[in-house]
Design a protein around this ligand. Sequence first.
Ligand code: LLP
Length: 408
Amino acid sequence: MTRPLHCENLPLTDLAEQFGTPLYVYSQNALTKAFSAYTDAFAAQQPLVCYAVKANGNLSILKHFAALGSGFDIVSGGELARVLAAGGDAGKTIFSGVGKSEAEIEFALEAGVLCFNVESLPELDRINAVAARLGKTAPVSLRINPDVDAKTHPYISTGLKANKFGIAYADALDAYRYAASLGRLNIVGIDCHIGSQLIDLSPLQEACERILLLVDQLAAEGIVLQHIDLGGGVGIIYQNENQPDLAGYAAAVQRLFAGRPQTLILEPGRSLVGNAGTLLTKVEFVKHGEEKNFVIVDAAMNDLMRPALYDAYHHIEAVVPKAIPPFTADIVGPICETGDFLGKARTLTCEAGDLLAIRSAGAYAASMASNYNTRNRAAEVLVNGSSVQQIRRRETIEQQLANESACL
Ligand code: LLP
């Protein structure tokens, strides 16, 4: 038999047998390596890397990053609860997002987050009011929209004038002046985020230049910042993208930061977890249709939404390649939607009962899963060398129904 695909030292066939499918499998070593890529590239800056929890909020993954010294970028009270439950440091946690509720602001202030990344003037008012009510001072950074085209998928491009995020570049100085006029705010930083899955990093550099221009203008007015947060991380290779030049970007940042006292903060998500994860799925049926062939698997768009939502490509391969003629098929799930596909027109060899590995499924995969079609969310395991730990049990139908009642 051909050697099956492995995660570190463990055959994926063994993991499927032990934990069932669909199954998310993560490599701990790959998580560590991805984190070090940032701390190594930016070593001169000694940055605070704040892992973007939304990419994958599993408690064990958060705990692993916390142990590596990571801070966290959160976008909800729920994500803050995850960070705290995983033993993460609130003092290294920044709270992003356009719609923070009063309850979430209160929770974050009580927990002692490093700062709020504020996206509008009404949000400044709200944070100021909650801080006053609690007798506290709130640390804030303003998210400035540098109006740079990130050249990525429109759904994940965030730094353009037309996006809902951040404060317009032209309004930035006034927004800082306004923040300085509010008694319960402590201005600590500036932040931006232009988009996700960036392969060409020149827009990131351009955004950095524009942000630093503002930092200097603010300093001239006596508003001195403690940190500069350049937002999310670089893209990853899903198919045949070029390798983003992290070292080149880091060198440009180093040049631009020369002589500046501020701490550099980065908020990478995808690049820390994306290629550390595989979604393992079993072939239920192979259906040879009139126009197309379909490989129907036990994972679906509720497990991995990216293909349906963004037409995203994830590489799919047989865990144990067979000596049978390859054929071309759409890889689809059991959900009753034409959009329920995981891959289109893929050439592979497989039969019913075989296992397929869906690659690059560590980021925005399990964290975006849903219960559509009343499907239980998948189990997750973390592999470290030759050992494996289940880090999320497979959901049960009882858990799904627990919050509902059949009243009339
Ligand atoms: N910081 C902020 C404020 C963000 O909005 C994001 C991602 C990040 C950091 C992390 O960016 P990254 O390093 O992962 O590029 N669901 C989509 C991605 C949405 C990204 C949203 N913001 C996908 O599956 O491609």
